[in-house]
Design a protein around this ligand. Structure first.
Ligand SMILES: [Zn+2]
Length: 649
C-alpha cells in the first residue's frame, strides 16, 4: 500500500508521549534481536530495549535462494513456506522455489520447520519450545525459520515478515505488506522465544474471521475460530468452554432426582441453578457427561467443568460442611473436579479438566490442591480496570491479588479470564489501555499460563469503540507481555485510522488518565447500597454507568479539546475505510456526551437533532446493541430522540 510506505518515510510525524521516532524504535528492536533471547529475559520491566544499534551489516535474499521444507513437512510447515514465498513476491517481486530436503544441501537456503538440515551446520533444541516457541537465525548465508513442531514454523515465518519487512495483519481484512526493492535482513540473527502464556484467546471481531489473523498474531485458542491444520491447529475445548454444569448433568432429571441439584443458598430449596457437588450420583453423571463430550471431540485438549453463571450454590448439609473446612466454596468444587480428573486421566492423558475460580469460588481452598491435569481459570470480574491490579490502591484489586498469589502456589495450570469492555454500555469509552500491559505482566509473573481476554464478543454488531485495536494489542501482549505496546499501538492506528492517528492516541491517553472517579449511579441512587455510594476508592468496573466520572471526567473546556482530537483524526483519514474506522470509533465519544447531556446534547432542541444523527449513524454502522444480554438491543420501533441513547431499549 503506497500511502503506508509514504507514511513510513515521514518519521517526523508528531508522536509525543507514546512513541520515539519510528526509526529509533525499529533499530533498537532489531538490536535486541541480535542478542539471544531466553525465557529469563522475560523479567524486564516495560521499557524500550536498550543496547547497541544494529550495525548495518546485512544479508540479502536473492533469487538464487531456495525455500527448504522436509519431505514429510506438516501442513503448517508447507503453508509457512508458501506464505513466505507469496509475501516475498508481493514485497519485492522476487520469486523463490520451494524444494524438499531430499535435494542436496546448498549454501543459500531458507529452511522452514524441522528438516534433515538440522545436525549439520546447526541444531535446534526443542526441549523448552513447547508447541509455540520460535527460532529465527542465520547460519552463514542460511536462514532458519523454525521452532516447536506444532506451530513454531508458521509463527516464525509471520514474526520474520513482521519484524524485518514491516508486514502486519492488523485485522481480518487489513493487512499491510510494504514494498521493497531488496529483501534484506540483518546478517546475524539468533532469536529464540517461547511464550510463557501457552493459551491465548480473545474474542474481539477478527480472530473468528481469519485463521491467518490468528496465526500471524499468535492466538491459539479454538473457541473464537478453530485454527485449521495448515495454521498449526488450536487448543480446543470439548463441547462448551464455560458454565458447563447446566449441560453435563441433564436438568430434566430434576423432577425425578432433585437431590442432584443445588439446595440453593438464595432460594433455600432445590434448584437447577447449580449442582449438588457432594452427591456421589451427581459426580457419576458428570463423569458420564464429560466422557460423552470427550468421545465426541477426539481432538479436544480441555474439558470444562464449570459452575453456572449465578451465585445460587448448594448449601445442603454435606456441601456446607466441606465449604467450612476449606474456607471457600472452591474446596467443594475442586474435590468434585479432581475426582473427574482422576477418572479420565488414564483414558485421556493429554486432556486437562478446566474449572473456574469465579465469584463464590474465587477464594482458594485451605486444604484441597488441584490435580496436575486440572486447570483453574481465575476470573477478574470484580476488579477495577482504571489502575493496575497490583497497584495497591483499590480494595477489590488487592483482594484479587491475594487470591492469585495463593492460587499460583497450589495450582500448576493457572489460567485467567479477564475483561476488557463495559458490558452495561458496549458503546462507552473504556479507559484501560494503560493498564492492560501491567496486568498481563502481572499475570505472567504469577505463574499464569493461559489467558482469555474477554471483550465485546458481539462487537461485529455493536462496535462503536476500539474493537480491532484492542484485539491486536491484546494478542501482542499475550504472546509477549513485555513487547513494545506503544509501537504496536502506533503501527495499528496509522494503518487503520490514517494520518490523523495522533488524534486517536490522544483520546485514548485522555480516557486512560481521566477515569475511575467515584461511581454514583444517580438514576438508581436510592437502591445503590450506601457503602458503594461513598467508596472513594472506587474505579472503572465492567458495568460502570455510561455518563459517570468512573468512565470519564471532562469539563466543557476538556470536551472542546477532545472534539478537536476527533477532528484531527477525521481530517487525517485518507481512504474511505480509514474515515469509516474513525467515525465508528468516535461513536464512543458521542455516546458519552449524549448519555450525560453534554455539549451539543445539552439543549433540548439540538439534543433531538443530534440524537437523530447519532441514531442514523448507529444504523449505518450496523450497531444493534447497547449492552450484553437479550435486553441489550436497540428498540428500533420506539426510539425517542428526547431521551439519551442508553434509554433506547
Ligand atoms: Zn449439596
Amino acid at each position: 500500500m503506497n500511502w503506508f510506505n509514504d507514511f513510513l518515510n515521514k518519521v517526523e510525524f508528531i508522536r509525543p508521549r507514546y512513541m520515539a521516532p519510528l526509526f529509533v524504535t525499529l533499530s533498537l528492536f532489531f538490536s535486541s534481536l541480535l542478542a539471544p533471547f531466553s525465557s529469563e529475559t522475560l523479567v524486564h520491566t516495560f521499557a524500550k530495549p536498550e543496547g547497541p544499534v544494529f550495525s548495518g551489516e546485512k544479508l540479502q535474499i536473492t533469487e538464487d535462494y531456495v525455500i527448504v521444507i522436509s519431505e514429510n513437512a506438516t501442513p503448517a510447515e508447507k503453508n509457512a513456506a508458501e506464505k513466505l514465498k507469496g509475501y516475498f513476491e508481493e514485497i519485492s517481486g522476487i520469486s523463490l522455489s520451494i524444494i524438499t530436503d531430499k535435494t542436496q544441501e546448498t549454501v543459500k537456503e531458507i529452511i522452514i520447520g524441522k528438516t534433515n538440515r538440522e545436525g549439520n551446520s546447526f541444531t535446534i533444541d526443542r526441549t523448552n519450545l513447547g508447541n509455540d516457541g520460535i527460532v529465527i537465525k542465520t547460519v552463514g548465508e542460511k536462514i532458519v525459520l523454525s521452532g516447536a513442531e506444532q506451530r513454531g514454523a508458521i509463527y516464525a515465518v509471520y514474526t520474520f515478515l513482521e519484524e524485518y519487512f514491516g508486514c502486519h495483519w492488523f485485522t481480518h481484512d487489513l493487512t499491510v505488506i510494504p514494498k521493497a526493492e531488496k529483501l534484506e535482513i540483518p546478517k546475524v540473527i539468533d532469536y529464540t522465544y517461547t511464550p510463557s502464556i501457552i493459551f491465548r484467546e480473545t474474542d474481539w471481531i477478527s480472530p473468528a474471521r481469519s485463521n491467518e489473523y490468528k496465526a500471524a498474531n499468535k492466538l491459539n485458542d479454538g473457541v473464537y475460530g478453530i485454527v485449521s491444520q495448515d495454521y498449526g491447529s488450536s487448543i480446543t475445548y470439548a463441547g462448551s468452554f464455560a458454565h458447563t454444569m447446566a449441560y453435563l448433568v441433564d436438568t430434566n432429571l430434576f423432577e425425578t432426582e432433585p437431590e442432584l441439584f443445588a439446595y440453593g443458598k438464595d432460594v433455600y430449596k432445590r434448584t437447577t441453578d447449580q449442582l449438588c457437588l457432594t452427591n456421589p450420583r451427581t459426580l457419576e453423571l458428570a463423569i458420564q457427561g464429560v466422557r460423552k463430550w470427550l468421545s465426541e471431540n477426539p481432538d479436544a485438549k480441555i474439558i470444562s467443568v464449570t459452575q453456572n453463571d449465578n451465585q445460587n450454590y448448594c448449601v445442603c448439609k454435606n456441601c456446607r460442611k466441606i465449604d467450612r473446612e476449606e474456607g471457600s466454596q472452591a474446596g467443594t468444587m475442586l474435590r468434585f473436579v479432581n475426582a473427574i480428573a482422576d477418572n479420565i486421566k488414564e483414558d485421556y492423558p493429554d486432556v486437562m479438566v478446566d474449572t473456574f475460580a469465579y465469584q463464590y469460588t474465587r477464594k482458594p481452598p485451605k486444604i484441597t490442591v488441584p490435580r496436575d491435569n486440572v486447570i483453574v481459570r481465575l476470573c477478574s470480574i470484580e476488579c477495577r480496570f482504571s489502575t493496575p491490579l497490583d497497584s495497591g490502591a483499590i480494595k477489590e484489586n488487592d483482594e484479587f491479588v491475594e487470591d492469585i498469589k495463593k492460587w499460583s502456589e497450589i495450582c500448576k495450570n493457572l489460567f485467567i479470564w479477564d475483561y476488557t469492555t463495559n458490558y452495561s454500555h458496549y458503546l462507552s469509552p473504556f479507559g484501560n489501555f494503560d493498564v492492560i500491559q501491567d496486568n498481563i505482566q502481572f499475570f505472567a509473573e504469577n505463574n499464569v499460563i493461559g489467558i482469555y481476554e474477554e471483550g465485546n464478543y458481539t462487537a461485529i454488531e455493536s462496535d462503536g469503540e476500539f474493537a480491532e485495536l484492542r484485539c491486536y494489542l491484546l494478542a501482542k501482549l499475550m504472546w509477549d507481555p513485555y513487547c513494545d505496546i506503544d509501537k504496536h499501538m502506533y503501527d495499528f492506528c496509522e494503518a487503520y485510522y490514517g494520518k490523523g492517528a495522533q488524534g486517536i492516541v490522544d483520546f485514548i491517553n485522555y480516557i486512560d488518565e481521566n477515569n475511575g472517579g467515584i461511581a454514583v449511579d444517580m438514576e438508581n441512587w436510592w437502591i445503590t447500597p450506601i457503602p458503594n455510594r461513598i467508596d472513594i476508592r472506587n474505579g472503572l468496573t465492567i458495568y460502570a454507568p455510561a455518563s459517570s466520572v468512573t468512565v470519564l471526567r471532562a469539563d466543557d473546556e476538556d470536551i472542546a479539546k477532545i472534539d478537536a482530537m476527533w477532528k484531527f483524526a477525521k481530517d487525517g483519514a485518507e481512504t474511505e475505510e480509514q474515515l469509516e474506522n474513525v467515525l465508528r470509533s468516535e461513536i464512543c465519544w458521542r455516546y458519552w456526551k449524549a448519555c450525560g447531556y453534554r455539549s451539543e446534547f445539552r439543549d433540548i432542541e439540538s439534543r433531538v437533532v443530534e440524537n437523530e444523527k447519532f441514531y442514523n449513524d448507529l444504523v449505518k454502522f450496523g450497531i444493534t446493541r447497547l449492552n450484553e444480554g437479550a435486553g441489550g438491543y436497540i428498540n428500533t420501533e420506539k426510539v425517542d430522540f428526547n431521551l439519551a441513547p442508553n434509554k433506547w431499549k
